[in-house]
Each structure stands twice: as C-alpha cells, then as structure tokens.
Design a protein around this ligand. Structure first.
Ligand SMILES: C[S@@+](CC[C@H](N)C(=O)[O-])C[C@H]1O[C@@H](n2cnc3c(N)ncnc32)[C@H](O)[C@@H]1O
Length: 367
C-alpha cells in the first residue's frame, strides 16, 4: 500500500500512465486501440482489511505503507466504499471501550456492497467463548439500527457466524438488475462499479455470438449469469466450493435457465475434454452436446496452465479477462500463433496501484 499515491487529483494522470504501459507491453500482438474504463477516484473498493493496534486504552486500524516502510493509522480509508468508512467509525467506537470484543483482536475485514449490505469479520489471537458471542450479538443489535450488517468472529480453527456469512450484491448491468451472493473469504471483484463496466463490455463483445459458451474459472457466476443472455447454453467450471455454492444460489435467484456450473479445476476439466480421464462430477453432462464457438476465461494471477491453454486455443473466439498482464502476455505468446486480438480493454479495478485488469477478445486467424 502506498498511501501518498492515493490522490484523486492525480487519478486521471495515473490511469493514462497505466494505459501507456499496457499499450507498450502488448504492442507485439498488434491490438486495436485500448478501450479504457476508469474507476471512481475515491470510495471504489467494496472490500478492505485492516490490522488492529492496541496502545493502552487506545485501539485503532492501521495499514502498512510500503514507501514509508511504516504502519499508518487509518481512521478512514479513501479507496474503501463510503459504507465501509461509515462502519469503520461506528465499529471502532464500539470496540475501543469493550474489553471482551477487543481482547486479542488483530484484524478486521469488511465486505460491502452497492446494495447496502455489509459483512464484518473480527479476527482474534484467542478462542472465542460464550461471553464473546453474547457481546458480539449485542454489538450487532446496536449496529443494526444504522446498518444492514452481519458479524463473523474468527480465531484459529474457529468461525462463528452470528447470522450469515455472505452479502447479496445487486448490480445494474445494461439496465438489468442481477443479484450476486458473495461469500466471506471467497473471490469477488473488488471494484463493483468497474465490475459492471467489465460485464457490459463482455456483453458487448459477445452480442453476436452463436451457439453455447464454455467458461473456466467462473467464481460465483459473476460473468456467467450476465452472459447467459447472449448464448443458447452456458457450461461453467470453478474450483472453490463456496464460490460454486454461491453460483448455484445466483442461478436460482436470477432465474437463469440455460447455465450449468460444475465444480472442477480447469486442469481436470481440460483432461475430461481431451478424453484423457473420466470424472464422476461430469456424470449426466453430455460434453459433446455443447456447441461452443466461444470460450471465456478469467484465471487467477498465475494465468492459464499449458494443458488448459491448449483447450482454450481450440475455440474460434476467446474472451480472456486477466488481472495480471505478465501471465496474460505469456499466454498470448501461445495464443497469437492461431488467434489475433480484435478487442482490448483496460479496466481500472485497482486505482493508485501497479495492478492492471484487462480484457482481450481473440479470434482465430482465417485459414
Ligand atoms: C480472477 S477469479 C475470477 C472469478 C469470476 N470470473 C469473477 O468475476 O468473480 C479466478 C477464479 O478462479 C478460481 N480458480 C483458481 N484456480 C483454479 C483452477 N485451477 N481451476 C479452476 N478454477 C480456479 C478461483 O477460485 C477464482 O474464483
């Protein structure tokens, strides 16, 4: 974290620098002009985590500043949503004078939404007992006068949900509302408003699609749910069980009837598609019945492994969302032998940092 860089006055200039850097890094692939999607310059992060410092009777949130090489007290945090900032103040005012709730508390995580829900996780270096539970319940009651809040207590091998361990986000995508269950400690896009721009861009680049869609690394169905309208059917896979459970909920609550999610790693799924191995989880799913011209991938920072990349390369159109330009570059070095980049976007998910989220649409070279 570099707190000095977080200056809304310099936001536009910082984004231009990112655009230039991305343009230079990908020049070898001769992409069309980059489409740039800016963030809000403040209050754009829906998640934030803070360490907690104890100093006599005082108690405060802090972050580690890489440039100053020091911890910095945070009463408020510019990147975090307004809801998180409001909750930071209300929560700390409650925790500071409460011996039970502050005892050995070392971290607080916030997960907020545009829908107004917020989840607060309190992390401790001690086991949590009935006294903690009673105090936490009373705290939740008091906070509920002002917030749609849920509290979770965590300690080594212990997790106490006072009510539920998720929030339901509501995103307006091209004038349609989609609901998304987001589970504590599972992957969700951090910048909700930029996430909406990503969904709208993905809908735009796939609007003339034919047939079915195969999606790898689908998380809680963030893209799958929105993209289903552009395809006959969607088959999506994801490794993490909580995300798959959230995706099933999201299919139901959004009334999506042409989307099926399977819990499987991309590597195993590639083996199944290549008929190298068979898997019980695929019983009842006729992979050969899917007619997919398009594959959609949104892998973790490590990018796509070689076997999965070989599978991806077999499709006519590849839509690739990436949170790591370095691994995207490596994967494009392989894919560019058969495909060319026809759309290229920079989504500023992570203002004031080096991180860059990009979107690439590739089409197979004509033979
Ligand atoms: C960048 S996130 C994208 C999630 C989703 N597309 C979204 O927008 O929320 C990458 C996802 O890949 C999943 N993942 C990580 N390694 C995987 C693997 N080997 N096979 C399948 N999924 C994996 C993670 O659990 C995570 O949900």
């Amino acid at each position: 974290m570099n707190l000095a860089a977080m200056d809304p006055q310099t936001y536009d200039a910082q984004l231009q620098q990112k655009r230039i850097k991305l343009e230079q890094a990908f020049a070898q692939f001769e992409p069309p002009e980059i489409e740039v999607f800016a963030s809000e310059p403040a209050h754009y992060r829906m998640r934030a985590e803070f360490r907690v410092w104890h100093e006599g009777d005082d108690l405060y949130y802090y972050m580690f500043d890489k440039v100053l090489n020091a911890k910095v007290r945070c009463e408020q945090y510019l990147p975090a949503s307004e809801l998180i900032n409001k909750m930071m103040l209300a929560l700390m005012a409650e925790l500071r004078p409460n011996p039970t709730l502050r005892h050995k508390l070392f971290q607080v995580d916030f997960l907020s939404t545009l829908s107004g829900e917020i989840l607060v996780s309190l992390l401790y270096h001690r086991q949590l007992d009935d006294d903690w539970r009673a105090q936490a319940n009373a705290l939740k009651q008091r906070l509920s006068a002002e917030f749609k809040v849920n509290l979770i207590g965590r300690a080594r091998k212990q997790k106490i949900d006072l009510d539920k361990d998720f929030v339901v986000e509501s995103l307006e995508v091209n004038n349609k509302t989609f609901l998304y269950k987001q589970i504590e400690n599972s992957f969700t896009q951090p910048n909700a408003k930029v996430s909406v721009k990503m969904l709208e861009w993905a809908l735009d680049v796939t609007q003339d699609s034919r047939g079915d869609l195969l999606e790898l690394y689908c998380g809680n169905g963030n893209f799958s749910i929105a993209l289903a309208q552009n395809f006959e059917r969607v088959l999506a896979t994801e490794l993490a069980k909580p995300s798959v459970d959230a995706a099933q909920y999201n299919i139901e609550v959004n009334g999506i009837e042409n989307l099926q999610i399977i819990r499987m790693s991309a590597e195993d799924f590639s083996d199944a598609m290549a008929k190298k191995r068979s898997f019980r989880r695929l019983d009842g799913i006729d992979l050969d019945s899917y007619v997919c011209n398009t594959i959609f991938v949104d892998p973790p920072r490590a990018g796509i492994d070689p076997d999965t990349l070989a599978l991806v390369q077999g499709y006519e159109r590849i839509l690739y969302i990436s949170c790591n330009p370095t691994t995207l570059q490596h994967n494009l070095e392989v894919l560019s032998a058969t495909h060319r980049v026809v759309r290229f976007a920079l989504f500023d998910q992570f203002p004031y940092t080096e991180h860059m989220e990009s979107g690439v649409l590739l089409e197979r070279h004509p033979c």
